[in-house]
Design a protein around this ligand. Structure first.
Ligand SMILES: [Zn+2]
Length: 252
């Protein structure tokens, strides 16, 4: 068993640590992984709210807006793990963070370079009138998510793009939806700049998430993993700490 002291030594050994985060970094902020029981996901399963169902059904869109509203009403705040990640970037010890999370907590903690692989729940975007497959075909219109809530409160059950009349959707990557290219490019740039990768709170059990630490290991970069449970890639890491990320990283 690797100790937290080993993690401190490992962090000190590296000049530039790119961070990769999953749902586990936000559980201490009160946001449950949808794979875990409890919270908003007992009522809304994102695996059922696929992109294809969303574009096909006004009912699914209405359910999705309700889910988003409950998500924001919960008022999650960054925890000491998000704060440590932001501090490393500010201090020049990290080029930034690659995240699977849509909760906005890295930005709320002060991180500026954030590659949001699955987009953000803080904004809505036009996905076009009739997207085919999993590819949004919108006009480029984006707005704060509150715009959609305000439109619904004003009596528009199914708000449409004010610019082109297309469907609007949370600027997240739903199940069945293609990933956005921009955050993948940003993630690759940050990996180029770094000599190590620290994974925080990802089970690393699904792709593309698991591909990032594999890239780091293949490039000969240092690899650290902090997660509540063992991951299938623990054997690739120099340092593995099992526990709560906020407690482990507080003050680092
Ligand atoms: Zn539009």
């Amino acid at each position: 068993m690797v100790t937290e002291e080993d993690l401190g030594a490992w962090l000190a050994e590296h000049q530039s640590v790119v961070v990769f985060t999953g749902a586990g970094i936000s559980t201490e902020s009160g946001i449950p992984d949808f794979r875990s029981p409890g919270g908003v996901w007992t009522k809304y399963d994102p695996r059922e709210l696929t992109f294809q169902r969303y574009v096909a059904s006004a009912d699914v869109r209405a359910r999705s807006w309700k889910m988003r509203r409950e998500f924001f009403a919960a008022g999650a705040k960054p925890n000491p793990a998000h704060e440590a990640v932001a501090r490393w970037e500010r201090d020049g010890r990290s080029p930034g963070v690659i995240t699977q999370n849509i909760d906005g907590l890295h930005a709320a903690a002060g991180s500026r370079s954030v590659a949001r692989l699955h987009g953000t729940a803080a904004e809505v975007m036009c996905v076009g009138a009739a997207p085919v497959g999993g590819q949004p075909v919108g006009c480029g219109w984006r707005e704060d998510t509150r715009w959609a809530f305000d439109a619904i409160d004003a009596g528009t059950a199914d708000p449409m793009c004010p610019s082109c009349g297309g469907l609007i959707k949370s600027a997240t990557v739903s199940f069945g939806q293609m990933m956005f290219p921009e955050p993948i490019e940003l993630a690759e740039q940050m990996i180029e700049e770094a000599d190590a990768m620290l994974v925080i709170g990802s089970s690393l059990s699904v792709y593309p998430a698991a591909g990032f630490p594999e890239i780091a290991a293949a490039r000969g970069m240092g690899l650290g993993i902090i997660n509540a449970e063992p991951t299938p890639l623990d054997h690739l890491a120099d340092v593995v700490v099992h526990g709560r990320a906020g407690e482990i990283l507080a003050g680092r």
